[in-house]
Design a binder for this molecule. Sequence first.
Ligand SMILES: Cc1cc2nc3c(=O)[nH]c(=O)nc-3n(C[C@H](O)[C@H](O)[C@H](O)COP(=O)(O)OP(=O)(O)OC[C@H]3O[C@@H](n4cnc5c(N)ncnc54)[C@H](O)[C@@H]3O)c2cc1C
Length: 467
Amino acid sequence: MRLVILGAGPAGYAAAFAACALGADVVVVEDRGLGGNCTLWDAIPSKTLLHTASVMAAVDRAEQLGIQFEHGRPRVDLLRTVAHARYVATHQSRGIRDRLEATTVRVVNGHGRIVEAGKIAVSSEHGEVELGYDRLIVATGAAPWEPPFASVDRVRVFTPRDVLTMRELPEHLLVVGAGPTGCEYAEFFLSCGVRVTLLSAREQVLPGEDRDVAEIVEESFLGRGAELQFRARVESVDADDTGVRVTTADGRSFAGSCALICMGMRPDTADLGLDALAAETDERGAIRVDDNLCTTAAGVYAVGDVAGGMMLASTAAMQGRHAALHALGATDGVLDLHFVPWTIFTQPEVASTGLTAGAAALVGRRVDVTKHSLHANPRSVISGSTQGMIKLVTEPESGVLLGGSIVGYRASETITALALAVKAGLDVDVLADAGTVTPAMSESLQRAAEKAVTTRLARAASGLRSA
Ligand SMILES: Cc1cc2nc3c(=O)[nH]c(=O)nc-3n(C[C@H](O)[C@H](O)[C@H](O)COP(=O)(O)OP(=O)(O)OC[C@H]3O[C@@H](n4cnc5c(N)ncnc54)[C@H](O)[C@@H]3O)c2cc1C
C-alpha cells in the first residue's frame, strides 16, 4: 500500500509512524519543516515563551520564599527569550527528523498539490516530482486568521507567529481576541512588563470556559495591571508611524503601540488542488470528514487542524494515527475524542476535559457540579500560587464523571488523571478512593471527588427520609 501524507505536523508524523509500523510504503511531503507549525511556530515555541512567563511569575513570588534581589527585578531580554524558543523548536523538529530517519518513511521536501485522484505533484527549489498513492492523508494544518479589517504589516500589527520575529518588546500591546491564544500571549507580554490591553468580543475572557473559571484568569490579569475590555467587537485595526488604533462596533477606540491579532486559525488548503478530488470543505474552509477522518473523496483522509475540530496537537496526533490504521484496514472502531484535555497556559493554568458545566448548561443537560478551592492545597501554598479551583461535572443518578475543569498551579498535569477517569467512565467514588501523593495538586482532585460523593450520599439520605 502506497500512502502519501501531506504535512509533517503532529497529525502527519503520527500517521507516518503508525502506517510505517504496519508495513506501508509511506511518503511524507512537507514544505516548511518537520514537526509542522505546531513544533516550529505555534504550540512548542509559545509554550517556551510561556515558560519564561512562569519563571517571571515565580520571581514575583520570590521574596515571599525568602529570596532577595540585589540588583532589582530581573528583566526579560526578548531577543534571547525568542532565540531560546526557536532553539527548542529546532531541537524538537530535529528529534522528529531523527525518529523518521530510523524508519523506512521517505520524506520529500516541497509543496504538495493534488493533480488528480492517485497523483500528487511536489514542487520545490529543485523542481517538480510526481508521486502516486493508493491512499492520501491530508495533514496541512492551519494558519492564523488575518481579518480583512486589519492590515498585518508585521511592524506594528502582528499575528502570533510573528512574535518569533519581534525584535523588541512593545510599549503598549493591544491583544485582539481573548481566546486561548490571546490570553496566552497576554500572559507572556504581561510577565515581560509590557502594558497590555486585552480585547474580548464577549463578556469574559476564554469564552469556551465556564464563567467562574474565566473570572480567576481575569482577576489574575487585572491584579498584574492588564486592562480588560469586554463586548469589544473589533471592526478596524489601523497603524501609522506612531502606533495603532483599534475601533469596536460600539464606537470605542483604543490606542497602543502595537496590536497582536489572535482571532483564530483557518484550515490551510491553499494551493492544495482539492478541486481535483471531490473533497468537500465547510464554511470555515475545513475539509469535511466522517468519524474515521475519511473525506468525501474515496481513499483520501484529512486529519488535524485542516479538518477543523478541536485544533489541538494531541487530537491531531490521535487523528493521524487513527486515519493511518483505518487506511490500512487495521481498525474498525471510530475515534473517540470526548475526553481529550486541553490547557491554557496562563498564570494560573486552566485545564478542562470532557463536558464542562457551561457546555452542559448550553445543551440543557442536568448535571451535578462540585467545586473545590485550591486555596488550602499544600502544594499551592508552598508555591505561593493559591488562586484556583477544581470543578467536577458528574451524572446525577450514577455519579459517573463526565468532565470538569482545573484552574491552578500545574493544572496542565493534574488534568490527565481526570481525563483518564472521564475516558474510562469511572464513578466519582473511584476518584474519591484513589490514593494520591501529599503534598501534590492531585490531592485536591481527590478532595473534590470526596465532596461530590458526600453530596450524593446526603441527597440519597434526604430522599430516604422524605420517602
Ligand atoms: C499560538 C498557538 C499555540 C498553541 N498551543 C497549543 C498547545 O499548547 N497544545 C496543543 O495541543 N495545541 C496547541 N496549538 C494547536 C496546535 O499547534 C495545532 O493543533 C497543531 O499544530 C495541529 O497539527 P497539524 O499536524 O494538524 O498541523 P500543523 O502543525 O499546522 O502542520 C501542518 C504542516 O503541513 C505543512 N503543509 C501545509 N500545506 C502543505 C502542502 N501543500 N504541502 C506540504 N506541506 C504542507 C505545513 O508546512 C506544516 O508544517 C496551538 C496553536 C497556536 C496557534
